[in-house]
Ligand binder design. Structure first.
Ligand SMILES: [Fe+2]
Length: 518
């Protein structure tokens, strides 16, 4: 590197607030670096959070036994962006310095790109070069766009199935993958094992890093990251099952849990193509909720349903976390929120101000009700939106009052495919349908029994489709006149050679809230 480049690199690193990584324009040649014995780009490449002029490009260096002496050192990585698949038309390149404090992860905010087009990218360090990834920018904000194709996915327990869903998504013509949480799982269920987690249940930064690295060891997952930009939010298992804000099910000291949460968020950032990492002064906080636009066709939000929420209502005093509650008065506390006040206000303001046709909301769980009638009153699962009924009502009545018709809620978490009507008063025919919901099944995690699900369907007429026995993803095809959602599915567990098929298809017509079977 030239002295001037070194100076610019040092300056931009010093200016970078949160990660210590800042791209600088490369000198147009490969940086000097190690002669690698292993392959440092074994975790692949990824891109995400597309804008009309930029996208995040990600990789992380890993060190084989023979390369361990390099791990203590800072490494300089070259990131190159091309306009063509043959890599003959270079667009821009960046030199990025990274080190062990961020697990040698690299995040380049690739700016200066053209709207609505594909780009190809790769990373180099010393003697090694990564695979080539493909990404794309969103269309210009004012452009009339005819189509947005999203693959909606969530819940990929490594031990419970193979990632055939990712293999298929990687082959499809998509604009982006919308991943709605449970990217890693911290825990195991010995009843459902097709392959095994390495190491203990993660609690420390090193342990979370190892878990993320194991997941990225899956070739189908890497292929899906390399093929499309991803737009992401998280759910609970990225940290621990059923956590809510600063509370985890074993009621550990919140200060102790927030340190664990900080480790989990840091490892998440280090492994994902996201723009913002943990806040330097408060590393247990990390903003993941986001908003993007897709020309004049759609506005897309991703929401965080874990970090800011109130604790679940009517918790078991001996063992916290999710449970089914009956006669829980706290559910009627209007101050309780799934999103936290600041995020809720930000989201509602944006939603009501949006001028785009489709308002697409990616959030981690199910909004429609799945509660059951019992002699003692409705029994309610307190971890999903059912456990925050007045927060849900605020959201849906806000949509109703504004007269919005084209709000599409996309969720995950519950390991089943759901198509549902959303009313201000769930399941009340007198309450008009104000929005539409599509929940995608899990990529691999096991679903609930079909017997229980049949009871839930019987108790909740707003649920028009629900199946928990199959794994896969959902293809959401958005056009000005309507949206079609196709559940792509295979029986549990997803095997290496499984093929996906259409389980069902639902449509939402422009100007008319609600799902209907296609
Ligand atoms: Fe899950």
């Amino acid at each position: 590197m030239k002295r001037r480049d070194l100076h610019r690199l040092a300056l931009s690193l010093a200016l970078s607030a949160w990660a210590g990584i800042a791209p600088v324009q490369a000198a147009g040649r490969r940086p000097v670096g190690p002669l690698w014995q292993g392959f440092p780009f074994a975790l692949g490449v990824a891109s995400g959070q597309p804008r009309s002029d930029s996208v995040v490009l990600w990789t992380r260096l890993v060190f084989s036994e023979a390369d361990l002496p390099q791990q203590a050192q800072a490494q300089t990585v070259l990131c190159e962006v091309f306009a063509d698949e043959a890599l003959r038309q270079p667009v821009r390149d960046w030199l990025v310095e990274t080190d062990a404090r961020r697990a040698h992860s690299v995040h380049v905010i690739a700016t200066g790109l053209q709207p609505g087009r594909h780009y190809w990218y790769r990373f180099s360090c010393g003697s090694a070069q990564s695979v080539v990834g493909r990404t794309r920018t969103s269309p210009a904000e004012g452009e009339r766009v005819e189509r947005l194709r999203i693959a909606q996915a969530s819940c990929q327990h490594f031990e419970q199935g193979y990632y055939v869903a990712h293999r298929e998504m990687a082959q499809r013509d998509l604009d982006f993958v919308l991943f709605l949480g449970d990217y890693i799982y911290e825990s195991s269920n010995p009843k459902y094992l097709v392959r095994k987690h390495q190491g203990v249940v993660p609690r420390t930064l090193e342990q979370y890093r190892a878990r993320h690295a194991q997941y990225k060891g899956d070739a189908d997952l890497r292929a899906c990251h390399a093929a499309h930009p991803w737009v992401m939010t998280w759910d609970d298992h990225e940290v621990t099952n059923d956590y809510a804000n600063d509370l985890e099910p074993d009621y550990s000291d919140p200060a102790v849990f927030l340190r664990r949460r900080a480790a989990a968020y840091q490892a998440y950032f280090e492994h994902m193509p996201v723009r913002i990492g943990p806040e330097p002064a408060a590393p247990h906080q990390m903003r993941i909720h986001d908003r993007m636009v897709w020309g004049q066709l759609a506005e897309v939000w991703t929401l965080d349903c874990r970090q800011y929420r109130d604790h679940q209502a009517c918790l078991d005093p001996n063992r916290g976390g999710a449970r089914v509650v009956v006669g829980c008065d706290a559910l009627q506390d209007a101050s309780r929120s799934m999103l936290g006040q600041a995020q809720e206000a930000w989201f509602m303001q944006g939603l009501l101000a949006s001028t785009r046709r489709w308002k697409v909301v990616g959030q981690s769980t199910q909004i429609s009700s799945s509660s059951l009638a019992t002699p003692l009153g409705r029994s309610t699962f307190n971890d999903a939106w059912d456990g925050y009924p007045l927060g849900r009502e605020r959201l849906l009545s806000g949509i109703a009052q504004a007269g919005l018709q084209d709000v599409l809620m996309l969720g995950g978490d519950v390991h089943m495919n759901v198509a549902a009507q959303l009313r201000v008063k769930p399941n009340d025919e007198r309450s008009p349908v104000v929005a539409s919901e599509i929940v995608t099944t899990s990529v691999s995690s096991r679903g609930m029994s079909e017997t229980l699900l049949a009871t839930i369907r019987d108790n909740n007429p707003d649920i028009r489709h629900a199946r928990s026995d199959e794994r896969g993803y959902t293809l959401v095809d958005i056009r000005p006149q309507g949206v079609s959602a196709t559940f792509r599915a295979t029986p549990h567990p997803a095997q290496t050679d499984s093929a996906l098929r259409d389980q069902a298809r639902y449509e939402v017509l422009a100007g008319r809230a609600g799902v209907q079977a296609a």
